[in-house]
Design a protein around this ligand. Structure first.
Ligand code: COA
Length: 169
């Protein structure tokens, strides 16, 4: 009997990817045969980095931080997450739960996704406590005002942020 290849999708805007995201990706890579870090278009957000830049930063961050995890790859998709998950024959969608404040939004999204594709479960993972207060907005804000973000993001991301907010003469 062959067992099903268990592919999980970790969707997000990743504008930019942070150490908190990496922590979740690493945990998911232990639980699933394959993890696809999937860049989505969130219609309510106007990202600082273009889709191509965010994808390239996710790939660089994976190489920098999880070089031995060969079951992780990055991709980008348009449209509904469930349609993409069905196309990839995913068994699960992974989301991080950092605090109670994440719960309501995540609960609503998970229930709607389950209604749309009953066979694909949403799995919630908790990042390490040291990352519970992180989000991409805070990182962008710190970088914008030229504060160091090295302890919160991979090196490739802090370099990209420095370049974005470079003061040009
Ligand atoms: N560590 C650090 N930060 C984290 C984190 C972690 N472990 N997990 C989440 N975050 C942050 C993100 O950086 C982001 O920060 P920001 O809002 O300041 O930019 C915030 O928490 C939200 O997380 P994110 O993963 O980016 O979610 P999102 O709300 O942007 O994305 C999608 C949600 C993309 C998954 C959702 O919009 C989607 O599925 N879109 C496709 C269309 C669709 O199917 N819509 C119907 C859904 S029912």
């Amino acid at each position: 009997m062959t067992t099903k290849h268990r592919l999980a999708i970790y969707p997000g805007t990743f504008d930019p990817i942070t150490n908190g995201h990496i922590d979740i990706i690493e945990r998911a890579s232990v639980l699933f045969d394959e993890v696809v870090v999937a860049l989505a278009t969130n219609s309510q957000k106007t990202p600082l980095f273009s889709e191509a830049e965010r994808l390239s930063l996710v790939n660089a961050a994976l190489l920098e931080r999880l070089p031995t995890r060969t079951n992780i790859r990055a991709d980008a998709f348009q449209g509904l997450l469930v349609d993409y998950a069905v196309r990839l024959d995913a068994v699960a969608m992974v989301r991080g739960l950092r605090a109670l404040s994440d719960f309501e939004y995540e609960f609503q999204m998970a229930l709607m996704n389950r209604k749309l594709a009953d066979g694909i479960s949403t799995v919630f993972l908790m990042p390490h406590e040291q990352y519970t207060y992180l989000n991409s907005t805070i990182i962008r804000e710190l970088a914008k005002y030229h504060r160091g973000v090295e302890e919160f993001v991979p090196n490739c991301v802090s370099q990209a942020l420095r370049k974005k907010f470079e003061v040009r003469p």
